[in-house]
Design a protein around this ligand. Structure first.
Ligand SMILES: Cc1ncc(C[n+]2csc(CCOP(=O)(O)OP(=O)(O)O)c2C)c(N)n1
Ligand SMILES: [Mg+2]
Length: 330
């Protein structure tokens, strides 16, 4: 496995199981929904983390489905923490290990990883996370972004995209669903000046795997934002989860990139972007949207993508054409 470095991994765009570690750290028997993109992501992120690691995990779907007393699906030492203090617990772990090592009571420093959902990260745990990033703790934070508070019944978060239906952003005569734009948590992490920030998605396993490895190996704080398809909350067919992750990238809705010491780089560069509607139309949470809202999302997506390309210094792909009729119906 080790002979396949990051650059080589880019040559593969299909999943080749024999190239990846066989050892499982997130075992079968957990109670995640069928087609859960987040459980798939956890499985591969924990493989990339490997041995000698401690995980602090916020409450949320991945805690609820995996740690029903007296069972656990986690093979790593794993601490369930409250929403507000996930990154604070990771800070304490990292500092404690360092002091034990200094006193000669610990031969090797364990890797410290914190994990939380989008609600736990972009809303409730943001203050502790910001503090930990700013203080420069040597840890990796992974956000599982399924774009709502899913395990408590699909309530909107600040990471829910514009137009999406949730139980607290219901569409109707007076509303189109979520009326605000998704919070740019990646830009917030980058603004802390930390050495490693990346977006990832389990539909691109090699990309995800090597980003986690880089994050873990980076001294200082690292942040990885993982798009995690949720068929239950997104009202999508369970067998389309991997496809939906790929469509998020291919439409420019969720570009895959990394920011190393402030330098942006696209890690997956689609030569041609697909129309955003290819992504929207197979999710029930966007079913109520009219052409004009779909055109608005298309324009917003392209504008954000162009800004990102400029930061990456990447070449422009072929953009989908927004038809005149869509513009006129505005
Ligand atoms: C301070 C606090 N508020 C509310 C809750 C109830 N609660 C538990 S999990 C959850 C939703 C978590 O959403 P997210 O972080 O996005 O994780 P997901 O369930 O989507 O994986 C909520 C609201 C709580 N445990 N603590
Ligand atoms: Mg969530």
């Amino acid at each position: 496995m080790e002979k396949f470095g990051y650059a080589q991994s880019q040559k593969f765009d299909t999943y080749a199981s024999r190239l990846m570690p066989r050892k499982e750290y997130f075992t079968s028997g957990h109670r995640a929904c069928q087609g859960c993109g987040e459980a798939l992501a956890v499985r591969w992120v924990t493989k990339a983390i490997g041995e000698d690691a401690v995980i602090a995990h916020a409450t949320g779907c991945m805690e609820i489905v995996s740690s029903g007393m007296p069972q656990t699906a986690w093979m790593h030492p794993w601490i369930h923490v409250a929403f507000e203090n996930t990154a604070a617990v990771a800070s304490g772990l990292e500092t404690g290990f360092r002091i034990l090592a200094r006193k000669g009571k610990l031969a090797k420093l364990p890797k410290v990883v914190a994990m939380g959902g989008d609600g736990g990260t972009t809303d409730i745990g943001l203050q502790a996370l910001s503090g930990a990033l700013e203080r420069g703790h040597n840890f990796t934070y992974v956000c599982w972004d399924n774009e709502a508070y899913m395990n408590t019944g699909i309530q909107r978060s600040s990471s829910t995209p514009y137009g999406a239906m949730t139980t607290t952003s219901p569409p109707g005569k007076l509303s189109i669903g979520q009326t605000t734009q998704k919070k740019n948590m990646v830009a917030i992490a980058v603004a802390h000046g930390i050495p490693y920030v990346a977006t990832a998605c389990p539909s691109y396993l090699f990309d995800l795997f090597f980003k986690v490895k880089r994050a873990i190996e980076t001294p200082g704080p690292a942040y990885i934002h993982v798009l995690s398809v949720c068929p239950t909350g997104w009202r999508s067919a369970t067998e389309l989860s991997v496809r939906l992750g790929r469509l998020a990238v291919e439409t420019g809705v969720f570009p895959l990139f990394e920011v190393v010491n402030g330098k942006y780089r696209l890690t997956v560069e689609p030569p041609k972007l697909r129309p955003v509607n290819d992504y929207l139309k197979i999710q029930g949470r966007f079913r109520h949207l009219r052409d004009k809202e779909r055109a608005f999302i298309q324009r917003h997506t392209l504008a954000a993508y162009q800004l990102l390309l400029e930061k990456c210094g990447a070449s422009y792909p072929e953009f989908p054409v927004i038809s005149e009729t869509e513009e006129e119906s505005e």
